[in-house]
Design a protein. Sequence first.
Length: 390
Amino acid sequence: MTVTVPKDAEFALVVREIAERVASAAADAVDRENRFPHEALDALREAKALSAFVPASHDGAGVCFGELAGACFDLARACSSTGMVFAMHQIQVGCVARHGAGTALFDGYLRSIVTEQRLIASVTTEAGAGGDLRSSKVAAEADGEEIAFEKQAPTVSYAQHADDLLTTMRRAPDAEPGDQVLVLTHASQTELEPTSSWDSLGMRGTCSPGFVVRARAPKEHVLPVPFARIAAETMVPFSHILWGHVWLGIATAAYDRARAFVRAQTRSAGTATPTARRLSALAVDLQAMRAELAAVTEEYSNMLASGPELERAHTVDYAVRINTLKISVSERAPAICAGALTICGMAGYKNDSPFSVGRQLRDALSGGLMIANERIHATNAALLLVHKGE
């Protein structure tokens, strides 16, 4: 598919067209063949969608956060893996755009994202850290004007398809586990040694095996802001909200198939069947999920637009709120997909049926594992002990 996009084009319409014409057509093959969604990513590159969040000051489109979230929804509704790769990439773009702009290296890098449509992957997981984003074992080792590191990462999504990596680590060998920085490395500066495969239940197109990541880069490749601030203000809210829209897209796709099944059944029977009532109940659940996401997305969008309001991201109140969102939407999505399966019955269970929801159900189950909900519950439990808000 060829898409020519003028700078002032409607971003949402362009992404929706790619979702409907490209991502949707390849989704079953991506899942069945356990492969990266090349077709959709190529189309997104051609449309310059990978640089959507890069500000106009750096030659990007400067789309607002709400539009970015909507794009994740549209892509995931068509192909879960495409939506998730796009969301993960935009989280990294957000971190660089919001915390690297103003330095010569990162100003140039932001412009290269626009001109070269570079795909960025994230290396935040680490063996022995127990999935804790805010703690690192590996440290940046100074070597003259460069830093070097070696990190054992149990999961790195689409690393072998990315142009660049953003990796968390301790600031220095003598730094505390929570004294972290975020480091940019290009593929040419990085060695990836696979340590596992990716034959997963769902989200198969994200291609997320484990690696030993070894890299060496100039010291300027360290983002100038402590990772604690990057995580609180950008990485965590971007992740939970954009992932949430991916899960909403998956749940909506399952609901779409259930609705199509009920319509076909009603036409055949000539009257509404009992499944129509179950569809109505499922619509309530989907609407609740959509409303919850919409409220938090609007709140965070306003915080971004305000600037000073982002200080709220460092409060216990906001940490509990954004963590609760992640738990809620990641649990609602597979429940809605399971409800769609109940409505469609055997037609939803079979892979070769137009009403199949197997792929959506398998993909939605990943939500509770991405920063495991049990870990987030433990974090929230500790926060609630000192929480004085509502």
